[in-house]
Design a protein around this ligand. Structure first.
Ligand SMILES: [Zn+2]
Length: 446
């Protein structure tokens, strides 16, 4: 349908045309949503339809779908128990537990899994509980809105001390209980406050990092090198920016801006807090001897906590996600790509690609999620994290690099090499300095 037409518009369009264009884009998006085509196209890509269809078919007869690889964690009798528990609530709760990995049918994204399953079920009212890509956290999503606090209920379960060593079945059961009693938000807030207290009472984390990683970023030489690199990259970025004509870099449908502005900042804050806590637990559980990246993971954890505490808006909270991902990558056996350059909320990138901003000669090497990769291939504008800056709404990467750490680093995509990390830059004060400069300029959010 016509939503395939390019969404990049010429920046010289006047205010009236912009408004009309925005309304038109909003209408198109509404039509797409009504027709159920709002779900990413990858749902229909080869090899992925069967999985989503199989899940939807199974859910027609039972509210619980458990992939065979999770059968040991949630046995057949536990599945029946859960089904009975759900039936007793009288709520449209469905549970889907499937392994999620980058590059799989759902790109390793719990959000994508939820969106695809919901589309296949075609129900206006649905409460979906899924696992996340790490397997131990649950994700709660509810349509048409979060009346039953499913999101908080699912996250609270991951934070409850008494469930720390409990199996997946017990966690799902508790999430169902919290949803049915409407206590998700209350318990989540209490657990977040407890985790905050524990986090601030953990000053030894930094020492642990420098102890366990003699070659880590605590070494002055490395910090010095990182500073030089950071300055060089920043200067290069500024030079590119100065050479390019103002306001011609990239434009987006107004509807995208509106969607960004309406994005649930509180929800993102909770997600970011949960990611930081999860990273802290993963760090605590890591075997120091077998994890060469432990020091970097601790640095990322520390930086994520600091940015979270100071976060002023969605761009900073997205930065917390990017730092948490950096920490996860440091713990992993293989280095991972950062989160999607265009908007870290899209999740992990699946590949790197070069992208030429409109109106510029130079191509930039960025890591992108599957949706954005497809958009670029189809010459459509990806959905971009937008920020308000001096009365304008612009893609976050259009901010001057010295006023936004996120613009300078592309949330990890534009880092210059192994020694250059988001955590190192936060550690050397780049985040705070950029924030002060931003405030002096009458301020972007991020
Ligand atoms: Zn993306």
């Amino acid at each position: 349908m016509s939503s395939d037409r390019p969404t990049v518009r010429h920046p010289s369009a006047g205010p009236d045309r912009r408004l009309l264009g925005g309304l038109f884009a909003a209408l198109l998006m509404a039509c797409a949503a009504l027709l159920g085509t709002g779900v990413p196209a990858r749902a229909d890509s080869p090899g992925t339809g069967a999985t989503a269809t199989a899940i939807a078919e199974a859910l027609a007869t039972s509210p619980v779908y458990v992939d065979p690889s999770f059968a040991a964690a949630v046995t057949a009798s536990q599945q029946r128990e859960l089904a009975d528990r759900i039936a007793a609530t009288g709520l449209p709760i469905k549970v889907v537990l499937v392994p999620l990995k980058k590059g799989d049918a759902f790109d390793g994204s719990a959000d994508s899994l939820a969106a695809v399953v919901r589309e296949r079920l075609g129900r206006p009212q649905l409460i979906l509980l899924t696992n996340d890509q790490y397997g131990s956290w649950l994700r709660g999503t509810e349509w048409p809105d979060d009346t039953h606090q499913a999101r908080d209920a699912a996250m609270a379960v991951g934070m409850l001390k008494e469930l720390k060593d409990a199996g997946l079945a017990a966690r799902v059961g508790r999430a169902v209980d919290l949803i049915s009693t409407g206590q998700g938000t209350e318990v989540f807030k209490a657990e977040s406050a407890r985790a905050d207290r524990e986090r601030s009472a953990r000053p030894t984390v930094k020492e642990k990092a420098t102890d366990s990683s003699p070659g880590g970023s605590g070494t002055p030489l490395v910090v010095g090198a990182a500073l030089v690199l950071a300055a060089a990259v920043g200067a290069a970025f500024l030079l590119r920016r100065r050479r390019s004509p103002r306001h011609t870099a990239f434009t987006f449908p107004d509807a995208v801006f509106a969607a960004d502005q309406a994005a649930d900042e509180a929800g993102l804050r909770r997600q970011a807090a949960a990611e930081v806590i999860a990273l802290g637990e993963a760090v605590d559980g890591a075997d120091g001897a077998a994890t060469p990246g432990l020091g970097r993971a601790l640095d990322a954890y520390d930086a994520a906590g600091r940015v979270l505490d100071a976060a002023r808006g969605i761009p900073d909270l997205a930065g917390v996600l990017a730092l948490a991902a950096e920490g996860r990558s440091a713990l992993a056996a293989e280095p991972r790509l950062p989160l999607c350059f265009f908007d870290p909320r899209h999740g992990s990138a699946v590949r790197r690609t070069t992208w030429r901003p409109l109106g510029r000669r130079e191509r930039v090497d960025v890591a992108v999620c599957e949706d954005c990769a497809q958009a670029l291939r189809a010459r459509r504008a990806p959905q971009v994290l937008a920020v308000r800056d001096q009365g304008r709404t612009v893609p976050y990467f259009e901010l001057p690099a010295d006023r936004s750490l996120w613009a300078a680093t592309g949330y990890g995509s534009l880092l210059s090499g192994p020694g250059d990390t988001l955590a190192a830059r936060v550690g050397t004060g780049e985040f705070s300095r950029a924030r002060r400069r931003s405030a002096d300029h009458g301020g972007a959010e991020g």
